[in-house]
Design a protein around this ligand. Structure first.
Ligand code: UGA
Length: 436
């Protein structure tokens, strides 16, 4: 099959490279000349494990190409995926669909053969209908079908998620759309990956419902963690205890500093807006959004408490380990680290930080924070060491060295990656999440 992927950001690039690896002929299109030039040179615009190798091998095999020209890229293809950004619109939280609609218009102007147009970007219910209207009004004489095919990739594990998905969701309104999508995903049919065919609007909603549900699970366990601290219980055992129930499941029950990233914060807000538009309140998601937002600064206050309170924290030094919203990415969007750092610097704490991949992007977002070349440099002279993101590199720190370097041996572990007895046994004051 021939596939065009419009938008070579995170979703477009991973999906395009994986489709090429399945044997399809793929052209990734992006308006950003610089990005396309760098992709031609094998330089990835994002950090994602395994992506550079996948792109290079498929370019070498002649199955993956890049262009800035949509007209050339979509010529003769069976399926055109729209994978451009849908950021939160400033002010009201609605998903900004201007990029999606601009691409639909351009496709309409240049479509010269029958093709399926697939929205892979996360788009609110009804966007497919609008894309269809735009294509129809473009006057194209080619046969087309607009299909929804949301992505469920996790940053840091995206290639595996694409190749071994829990499920593929396809929302199509006609047989042409279903047939082409069946061919596109044939390699995964052979893997016996479950494929759900449904209506287009349902498919669009599934994406938001999935992310909102996962965000709810995280927020729920975070609130349980707070309660654990008050009643003297252990949240990790609560997670295990409820997760062993198959109806609940063990995943996404790790208590921490709150969810961040490019998806959960934006998609929960967009779902609230859709619910508001349709006068169908989603009170649970509203509570999740508020609780998660409050939690990020609350984690900063937890660190201040470890420093003896806001008053005595002034002039003290904190070392932050991990800045990205989760490990194995350089993504800083809505990272809890931003709120934690701000809460500390607001009251005059000096913050030094280290992150394996995120510092370049983090630096302008937290100008008061001194970025260091390795974790121990950040820890040198610190009154408190804070683990914000659970990078593997922090799981086996040389704790004796940490103790020697720190001014006071206080470790705040916001991801519960250490065992309290081990750390306390070395003479640290150890504060974690939901483990009294
Ligand atoms: C999320 C979904 O997991 C993907 O299925 C979806 O495709 C993607 O959004 C998207 O809509 O594009 P992602 O944002 O990459 O993926 O990251 P996750 O691994 O889901 O983590 C999100 C946040 O939740 C992180 O800040 C993470 O630290 C936090 N989290 C996750 C927890 O605090 N506890 C958990 O148990 C799990």
């Amino acid at each position: 099959m021939k596939i065009a992927m419009v938008g070579s950001g995170y979703v477009g690039l991973v999906s395009g490279a994986c489709f090429a690896d399945f044997g399809h002929e793929v052209v990734c299109i992006d308006k950003d000349q610089d990005k396309i030039d760098r992709l031609h040179d094998g330089v990835m615009p994002i950090y994602e494990p395994g992506l550079a190798e996948l792109v290079t091998s498929n370019v070498t095999a002649g199955r993956l190409a890049f262009t800035t020209l949509l007209q050339d890229g979509i010529s003769g293809v069976d399926a055109i995926f729209i994978a451009v950004g849908t950021p939160s619109r400033r002010g009201d939280g609605h998903a900004d669909l201007s990029y999606v609609y601009a691409v639909a218009q351009e496709i309409g102007q240049h479509l010269a053969n029958d093709a399926v147009v697939v929205t892979k970007s996360t788009v609110p219910v009804g966007t497919g209908d609008e894309v269809e209207r735009i294509l129809r009004e473009s006057g194209t004489t080619c046969r087309f079908s607009v299909v929804s095919n949301p992505e469920f990739l996790r940053e840091g594990a995206a290639i595996n998620d694409f190749k071994r998905p829990d499920r593929i969701v396809i929302g199509a309104e006609d047989e042409f759309g279903r047939d082409v999508m069946r061919e596109v995903y044939r390699p995964l049919f052979l893997n016996e990956s479950p494929i759900l065919f449904t209506g287009r609007r349902t498919s669009e909603l599934i994406k938001y419902a999935a992310n909102a549900f996962l965000a709810t699970k995280i927020t729920f366990i975070n609130e349980m963690a707070d309660l654990c601290e008050k009643v003297g219980a252990n949240v990790q055992d609560v997670s295990r205890g409820i997760g062993m129930d198959n109806r609940i499941g063990p995943k996404f029950l790790h208590a921490g500093p709150g969810y961040g990233g490019s998806c959960f914060p934006k998609d929960t807000l967009a779902l609230l807006k859709t619910a508001e538009d349709y006068d169908s309140p989603t009170r649970i998601v509203e509570a999740v959004v508020t609780a998660n937002e409050n939690r990020k600064r609350a984690m900063g206050r937890k660190v201040l408490d470890a420093l003896g309170g806001a008053e005595s924290a002034r002039g003290k030094k904190a070392a932050m380990l991990g800045l990205t919203f989760k490990p194995n990415t350089d993504d800083m969007r809505d990272s809890p680290a931003i709120a934690v750092a701000k809460t500390l610097t607001d009251v005059g704490v000096e913050v030094a930080a280290y992150d394996p991949e995120g510092m370049e992007i983090a630096a302008p977002l937290m100008p008061e924070v001194a970025m260091q070349d390795d974790p121990y440099a950040a820890i040198d002279g610190a009154d408190v060491v804070v683990i914000v993101t659970e990078w593997d590199a922090f799981r086996a720190l040389d704790l004796r060295r940490v103790k020697d370097l720190a001014k006071t041996p206080v470790l705040v572990d916001l991801r519960n990656i250490y065992h309290p007895d081990d750390v306390r046994g070395l003479g640290f004051e150890y504060i974690s999440v939901g483990r009294s």
